[in-house]
Design a protein around this ligand. Structure first.
Ligand code: PGD
Length: 774
C-alpha cells in the first residue's frame, strides 16, 4: 500500500481516532482522507495536517534557564525562560541528573507513572518506551489504574471479576443489533467518545449497530444531562436526571422490580450473593427510607411514574443496562456501576444474548468489539521495585511525601519522589484542580518531559525533549481491542530536530551503561520485525498463519483473528457457574461484598447505596448554582492536536465552547456565542457560550482539552477554557482513589472586558542558545 515517488509518499496510517489514507511531499501532509474501509470515520482526522507543522511543536531540546544555571530545583518552574540546547548537551545533562538521582535516592526517587495515551503504534508507544528505559536503570515509582475508569477497575474485580472480563468481554455489537429490545444507557452511548479508542480503531461500528437495532425495533433510553450523549437521529428517549444522581434512579428501578415481584429470584439465587441484604436496604429496613421512585424523584428530578413504568418495561423484554465510564469519574463513582450490575442481575438476563450489563459502550470505540487474539507488543522488562500510587493521586504524592492514605483495603504511604519523568501524557490536561497541580509540580527537584508539542506539562518541565509524531516514524499499530493491525510507515521527515522516544532513550541508555539492555542491539526497524515475528509465531502455535512481515508491510494491514465474533458477556458463567466461576471471592456476582464491607469505608460500604455527592445541584444552596459537566471533547482526543483545524473551528472567540440552557443564560444576562467567565473557589476560566435546549437546565457543559493557558499572575485562571481549573482534586472513595473530574459546581457570568490574548498555541519564551551551542 506504500507508494514512494521521490519524496512523495502515500500510505494508510493509524491514529487513536481512526485510520487514514495519507499523502505527503516528504515534509508536509498534503492529503489526509479517511481509510476507505471505515464506515463512519471521525472528523478528528482533520486536525492532523495543520498540527503536524504547527509552531507549537517543540523544535529542539530545551532546558529551563533556572535549572541550567543553578542545577536541580523548582524556582520559577512553569514561568521561566527555556534555553535551546543541542541533543548532545541535553542527553549529557539528563544522563548526569538520572545518575545523581538514582545514585542518591534509588528508583524510589523517580516517578515514571507518566499516565497518558501517547499515540497509536505498538513500538513507539511512549509509556512502554519510558517504562522499559527506567526499568533498565533499576525501576521507578509507577501508577496503577487510569483516569478513564480508575474507580470501576478497582470495584469490578470485587463484584464481577477482572474489569477486562466486562470491557474486552462485552457482548458484541452484532448480538445487540440482533437481540436487544431495550437499551437503558446511563451516561448515554456517546458518538463522540466511540470515535476514539486507545491504540487506534480500524472500523467505527457502533453507529451502524445501533441503527440496525433500532430498525429492528429496539428502543433506546438515554439517561444523561446532555441529549447529545446518544445519537439524536436514533430517536432515543432522553431522561435527564440531576448529574450525579443516577444511583438514586437505579435504586428506585431496583425497588420497583423488588416490590412488583419482577426480580428474577432464580437468577439471583444461582448466580449472585448478598441480594437479601441489599433488598433490605431497598425496602428501608436498615435506615427507614424505602428507595421508592418518589424518594428518588426528590433527588433526580425525574417523575416517579416514569421510573416506575421504565422498571416494568425493562422486565418485559430483553434489556441491556449500560453504564458509561463518565459516571464513575465522580464522587462515589462506584455506586452507579455496581447498581447497573445489580439492576441487570435482578432482571436475570446476564449471560443471555443482548441482555444483561455493559460498562463502557460509547465510552470508547472498542467496547462492543469482540475480543481479538493478541497483537505485537514491546516488552517493558521488569521493575526492580514495587512502589506505586493510584494514578489520580499524583498531586497528593508530590505535596505530601510520606503521608498515609487508604486504597482498596490497604493503608499505604506516598513515596518521596525527587524526579518526575513524563513521556506520552499531559497531566496539565488530565488532572483536576490545576492550580493545585502547579503547586505540586513545584516540589520535585527535576521534571523531564518528552512531547511533540509545547503542552502545559512541557512548560512546567526543566528538560524538554522534542518527540516525533507517528507520521514521522515507522511503526505497527492496533487498538487495544481492535482487530485490524496496521503498518504505519513513516510519511515525512521529523519536524526540525524532533527524535522518536526510542532514539532519545537509546542515547540516554548509552550514557548510563544500559544501551545493550535497552536496545538489545536492534534498530527501530529491527524491533518492528522482531515484535511481528514473535507475535506471528505465537499465533501460528495457536493455529493461525500470519503473512511474513514484508508482505504485511506491503499490504498495509491485516486482520487479527477473532475467536468468537458473536461473544456474549458471561455466557459461560451462566451456562455453568460451577465450571466457569467468576474471579470474585464467592465465584458469583457480589451484590454484597464481604471484602469491601470488611474495609469499613464510609464512602463505599459493602453493597451499593445512595451517597450524596460532595458538591452537586441537589446540595444546600450556595454561591455556585450550576453543575459543570467536564466531559470528553468532540473535536479532538483529550488535549491532542488542539491546534488542529477541526478543534480550532469549534472555538468561540478563540475560547473553548461551553453549552448551557437558554433559561440559565437568560437569568444571567448571557447571550449566544458571547464570552463568559466560569468560576468557583478553585479557579476560573474563559469560555464561549452556545445555548442549547439539549442541555438539562442547571447544567453547563465544558469539554476537557483546551490547552491550559494560565494568567501569569493567577495560575487558577485559564484564559483558554480548560475546565480542570474548576474540578476538585478529590478522590471518588477510599476504595479506589479515582478521579472525580467529571462534575463540579460552578457559576457563570458574562465577560465584558477585553479578552486577554491566548499564548499557549505559541512556544514559550526562549533565550539565546547556551554558550558554545549551535
Ligand atoms: P492526552 O491529551 O491524550 O491526555 O489524559 P492524557 O494525558 O492521556 O495526552 C497525551 C500526550 O502525549 C499529548 O501531549 C501528546 O502530544 C503526547 N504524545 C503523543 N504521541 C507521543 C509520542 O510518541 N511521544 C511522546 N513523548 N508524547 C506523545 C487523558 C485523560 O484525561 C483521560 S484518558 C481521561 S478519560 C480523563 N477524562 C477527564 C474528564 O472526563 N474530565 C476531566 N475534568 N478530566 C479528565 N481527565 C482525564
Amino acid at each position: 500500500m506504500v507508494g514512494v515517488t521521490g519524496q512523495q509518499r502515500r500510505a494508510v496510517h493509524l491514529t487513536h481516532w481512526g485510520a487514514a489514507e495519507i499523502e505527503s511531499d516528504g515534509r508536509r501532509l498534503t492529503s489526509v482522507r479517511p481509510w476507505r474501509e471505515d464506515p463512519a470515520p471521525s472528523r478528528i482526522l482533520e486536525n492532523l495536517a495543520g498540527a503536524h507543522r504547527h509552531p507549537a511543536r517543540v523544535d529542539r531540546p530545551y532546558i529551563r534557564r533556572g535549572w541550567l544555571e543553578h542545577g536541580p530545583g523548582a524556582a520559577a518552574r512553569g514561568s521561566d525562560v527555556f534555553v535551546p540546547v543541542s541533543w548532545e548537551m541535553a542527553v549529557d545533562l539528563l544522563a548526569g541528573e538520572l545518575r545523581r538521582v538514582y545514585g542518591t535516592h534509588g528508583p524510589d526517587g523517580v516517578y515514571g507513572g507518566s499516565y497518558g495515551w501517547g499515540s497509536a503504534g505498538r513500538f513507539h508507544h511512549a509509556q512502554s518506551q519510558l517504562h522499559r528505559f527506567l526499568n533498565c536503570l533499576g525501576g521507578y515509582v509507577r501508577s496503577v489504574n487510569t483516569y478513564s475508569h480508575g474507580t470501576s477497575s478497582v470495584l469490578l474485580p470485587h463484584v464481577v471479576g477482572n474489569e477486562v472480563v466486562v470491557m474486552a468481554g462485552a457482548t458484541a455489537w452484532p448480538v445487540i443489533a440482533e437481540h436487544t429490545d431495550l437499551i437503558v444507557a446511563f451516561g448515554g452511548l456517546s458518538p463522540k467518545n466511540s470515535a476514539v479508542a486507545p491504540g487506534g480503531i480500524g472500523r467505527h461500528v457502533m453507529g451502524s449497530a445501533l441503527a440496525s437495532a433500532v430498525a429492528r425495533g429496539c428502543r433506546l433510553v438515554s439517561v444523561s444531562p446532555l441529549r447529545g450523549d446518544t445519537d439524536t437521529s436514533l430517536g432515543a428517549e432522553w431522561i435527564a436526571p440531576v448529574p450525579g444522581s443516577d444511583a438514586a434512579m437505579m435504586l428506585a428501578l431496583c425497588h420497583v422490580l423488588d416490590c412488583d415481584g419482577l426480580a428474577d429470584r432464580c437468577f439471583l439465587d444461582r448466580y449472585t450473593v448478598g441480594y437479601p441484604r441489599f433488598a433490605g436496604y431497598l425496602r428501608g429496613e436498615a435506615d427507614g427510607v424505602p428507595k421508592t421512585p418518589e424518594w428518588a424523584a426528590a433527588l433526580t428530578g425525574i417523575p416517579a411514574e416514569r421510573v416506575r413504568a421504565l422498571a416494568r418495561e425493562m422486565a418485559a423484554g430483553r434489556t441491556l443496562v449500560t453504564v458509561s465510564w463518565s459516571l464513575q469519574r465522580a464522587k462515589h463513582g462506584e455506586q452507579p456501576v455496581w447498581l447497573g450490575l445489580v439492576l441487570a442481575a435482578m432482571l436475570g438476563q446476564i449471560g443471555l444474548p443482548g441482555g444483561g450489563f455493559g460498562h463502557g459502550y460509547g465510552s470508547t470505540g472498542d467496547v462492543g468489539n469482540p475480543r481479538r487474539m493478541s497483537a505485537p507488543r514491546l516488552s517493558q522488562g521488569a521493575n526492580g521495585i514495587d512502589s506505586w500510587i493510584p494514578v489520580a493521586r499524583i498531586a497528593d504524592m508530590l505535596m505530601q511525601p510520606g503521608a498515609g492514605y487508604d486504597y482498596n483495603g490497604q493503608r499505604r504511604r506516598y513515596p518521596d519522589v525527587k524526579l518526575v519523568y513524563w513521556c506520552g501524557g499531559n497531566p496539565f490536561h488530565h488532572h483536576q484542580d490545576l492550580a493545585r497541580l502547579r503547586e505540586a509540580f513545584a516540589r520535585p527537584q527535576t521534571v523531564v518531559v518528552h512531547d511533540p508539542f509545547w503542552t502545559a506539562t512541557a512548560r512546567h518541565a526543566d528538560i524538554v525533549l522534542p518527540s516525533t509524531m507517528t507520521v514521522e516514524r515507522d511503526d505497527i499499530g492496533a487498538g487495544s481491542n481492535d482487530s485490524t493491525l496496521f503498518a504505519m510507515p513513516q510519511l515525512t521527515e521529523p519536524y526540525a530536530q524532533a527524535r522518536d522516544d526510542y532514539t532519545a532513550f537509546s542515547a540516554l541508555a548509552g550514557r548510563l551503561d544500559a544501551a545493550e539492555a535497552f536496545t538489545e542491539g536492534r534498530t527501530a526497524g529491527q524491533w518492528l520485525r522482531h515484535m511481528y515475528g514473535e507475535w506471528s509465531s505465537d499465533l501460528k502455535t495457536a493455529g493461525h498463519e500470519m503473512p511474513p512481515f514484508e508482505q504485511f508491510w506491503a499490504d498495509g494491514w491485516l486482520q487479527i483473528p477473532v475467536p468468537d465474533p458473536h461473544q456474549v458477556l458471561l455466557a459461560d458463567f451462566r451456562r455453568d457457574p460451577g465450571r466457569f466461576p467468576l474471579s470474585t471471592p464467592s465465584g458469583k456476582i457480589e451484590i454484597f461484598s464481604a471484602a469491601i464491607d470488611g474495609f469499613g469505608y464510609r464512602d463505599c460500604p459493602g453493597h451499593p447505596v445512595w451517597l450524596e455527592p460532595a458538591e452537586w445541584l441537589g446540595g444546600p444552596p450556595g454561591r455556585y448554582r450550576l453543575q459543570l459537566v467536564a466531559n470528553q471533547p468532540r473535536r479532538r482526543l483529550h488535549s491532542q492536536l488542539d491546534v488542529g483545524a477541526y478543534s480550532q473551528e469549534g472555538k468561540i472567540g478563540g475560547r473553548e465552547p461551553a453549552a448551557m440552557h437558554p433559561a440559565d443564560a437568560a437569568a444571567r444576562g448571557i447571550t449566544d456565542r458571547s464570552l463568559v467567565r466560569v468560576f468557583n473557589d478553585r479557579g476560573s476560566c474563559l469560555a464561549g457560550v452556545t445555548l442549547s435546549e439539549d442541555v438539562r437546565p442547571g447544567v453547563v457543559q465544558l469539554s476537557t482539552g483546551a490547552w491550559y493557558d494560565p494568567d501569569p499572575d493567577d495560575p487558577s485562571f485559564c484564559r483558554h477554557g480548560n475546565p480542570n481549573v474548576l474540578t476538585a482534586d478529590r478522590p471518588s472513595s477510599a476504595l479506589s482513589q479515582g478521579t472525580t473530574g467529571q462534575l463540579a459546581m460552578v457559576e457563570v457570568e458574562p465577560y465584558d472586558a477585553v479578552p486577554p490574548e491566548i499564548s499557549v498555541h505559541r512556544p514559550p519564551q526562549t533565550a539565546e542558545p547556551a554558550p558554545g551551542e549551535p
